[in-house]
Design a protein around this ligand. Structure first.
Ligand code: KIV
Length: 524
């Protein structure tokens, strides 16, 4: 029986069952290649947290950085090495003694050394012959092995290096004791067929572990990495969210899911942690995946049109390749101009809200109208629409009620408010000062209900409805919960403070009601 709900068709199943891929090592270079992304610089604590999460995720190797590049880098790589993680911790080094020494100073157990080998790199970057490149590579591998470290060797720009020379240099380092060779497609010019051909030809010549490192210049990094695995590569280098130089690098998420789901291979990765790690790296790198990014994007399991929503509610396999939980994602029904009744009804029923056919039509019309105006409607917006069509939250569901409000204000007086709020049969009292009477009242309410509700004020709008000093004040408030769900409420009174407090209490009640319905849904 399949452990996960994966919905493949007969063609992929048939081909992947014939491939018989073994276990593939995952070498993560988010902290080295990923940090080469323009604009990305991880702080030390961020590097440590990422390394810990990668270790929990199950990567085999963490390339923690390039120690010879600066004292700070050496310090952070060493700090990662000292975390005592299960994963092998590796550092990058050119084929020069100082670079290897910096890796040794960083207490690394693995050193990844490289030299450019394509005609362009040899002539313009290094100004050396092929023989000199082999000599430097061999000497460096021997030096690394003499220090008892695991050694991975890369021919930079391998995929534009003549085959005979490539085999010669890889064979030389294999004989010198290297543990793995890596084949970088440095400028992303391979296609899956070329990659398959190159890796199978190398496989015939070498016994050593073969790795690939594919850049995404033409959008084929994942396809090329998977093709390499099919042709006999034993390790794939990856970065979280595909970070890396220029258009980036093969992403951990796509490579692992591709290998396991589509190619029948296996890795050590705990796939259910993939989305969480991706979000963490987004936060620290400040590079956010587009919503339609595969696997971890916010829309990767979001369904919008009425036809799709209907299908996915009846049977998720209709519109999903696998259950979102496989990668720690959640399914989302998105509401907008294509929304159908079926999806809205199911969504509301899941929240425990029963609506009549007439109310449902009104709710759907309102959603479509807002959708036409290009509004993105989140769950809580649909809840708010439904709640207004139904006629507000039933009184018995109101979590808090204002019992008393006393406000003292005036010139040369610090505005002070004291409130009594009834919540769950108990009376909560609090007093607070503020910059004005409304602020003091809001703070007193926040203080009183602090233990049961944690919301932040998002918007506050006040409007005089009629003309004079006795005009009615209309106050509109929006608050946010910790998930950034927004709840709006409006109140009208001839006293600005009473209108403000009324709207605030109403918004808090909506947020609490929504939270309660959500938690009931999760328990059921
Ligand atoms: O892109 C590349 O070629 C590299 C090597 C150092 C592996 O990053």
């Amino acid at each position: 029986m399949e452990k996960y709900k994966i919905y493949l068709g007969p063609y992929t199943k048939e081909v992947s069952s014939q491939l018989k891929l073994g276990k593939i090592r995952i070498f993560d270079t988010t902290l080295r290649e990923g940090e080469q992304t323009p604009g990305v610089a991880f702080r030390l604590e961020e590097k440590l947290t990422i390394a810990q999460r990668l270790d929990e995720l199950g990567v085999n190797t963490i390339e923690a950085g390039f120690p010879s590049s600066s004292e700070g880098e050496l310090h952070s790589v060493k700090s990662v090495a000292r975390l005592g993680l299960k994963a092998e911790i590796c550092g990058l080094a050119r084929t020069v003694k100082e670079d290897v020494d910096a890796c040794l100073k960083a207490d690394l157990s693995c050193i990844h050394t490289f030299i450019g080998t394509s005609p362009w790199h040899l002539k313009y970057k290094l100004g050396i012959s092929e023989e000199e490149a082999i000599k430097r590579a061999v000497e460096t591998v021997e030096y690394i092995k003499d220090h008892g470290c695991t050694c991975e060797f890369s021919c930079e720009d391998a995929t534009r290096t003549p085959f005979d020379f490539l085999v010669k240099i890889y064979k030389s380092v294999e004989e010198a004791g290297a543990d793995r060779i890596n084949v970088p497609d440095t400028v992303g010019v391979m296609n899956p067929e070329a990659m398959k051909s190159l890796i199978s030809r190398l496989r015939e010549q070498l016994k050593i572990v073969i790795s690939v490192h594919c850049h995404n210049d033409l959008g084929l990094a994942t396809a090329n990495s998977l093709a390499a695995a099919v042709a006999g590569a034993n390790q794939i280098q990856v970065t979280v969210n595909g970070l890396g130089e220029r258009a980036g690098h093969a992403s951990l998420e796509q490579v692992v899911v591709g290998l396991e789901v589509l190619y029948g291979g296996s890795t050590n990765i705990k796939k259910e942690l993939i989305t969480e790690v991706s979000r963490l790296v987004e936060k620290y790198s400040l590079i956010y995946n587009p919503p339609n990014y595969p696997i971890v994007g916010r829309n990767a399991f979001a369904h919008r049109s009425g036809i799709h929503v209907h299908g996915v509610i009846e049977e998720p396999a209709c519109y999903e390749p696998f259950d979102p939980s496989v990668v720690g994602q959640t399914r989302r029904i998105v509401f907008g101009k294509h929304t159908g009744k079926h999806g809205v009804k199911t969504f509301l029923e899941q929240l425990g809200m029963k609506v009549s056919e007439e109310q449902l039509t009104k709710i759907v019309m309102k959603i479509r109208e807002l959708g036409e105006a290009k509004k993105t409607l989140m769950d809580e917006d649909v809840f708010a629409i439904a709640e207004s069509v139904i006629g507000g939250i039933p009184d018995r569901e109101k979590a808090i009620t204002l019992k008393e409000l006393i406000v003292v204000t005036g010139s040369n007086v610090t505005p002070t408010a004291s409130v009594t709020i009834e919540a769950g049969g108990k009376e909560l009292r609090a007093a607070a000062i503020g910059v004005g009477p409304v602020d003091a009242s809001a703070k007193a309410i926040e203080k009183a209900i602090g233990a049961i509700g944690q919301y932040t004020l998002d918007e506050y709008k006040i409007e005089a409805i009629t003309g004079g000093t006795d005009s009615l004040a209309s106050v509109e408030i929006s608050i946010k919960d910790k998930f950034s769900n927004r709840f709006r409420a409006k109140a009208v009174d001839d006293d600005i403070v009473i209108a403000s407090v009324g709207a605030l209490i109403d918004a808090i009640n909506k947020a609490m009601f929504y939270e309660k319905l959500k938690s009931l849904k999760q328990q059921s």
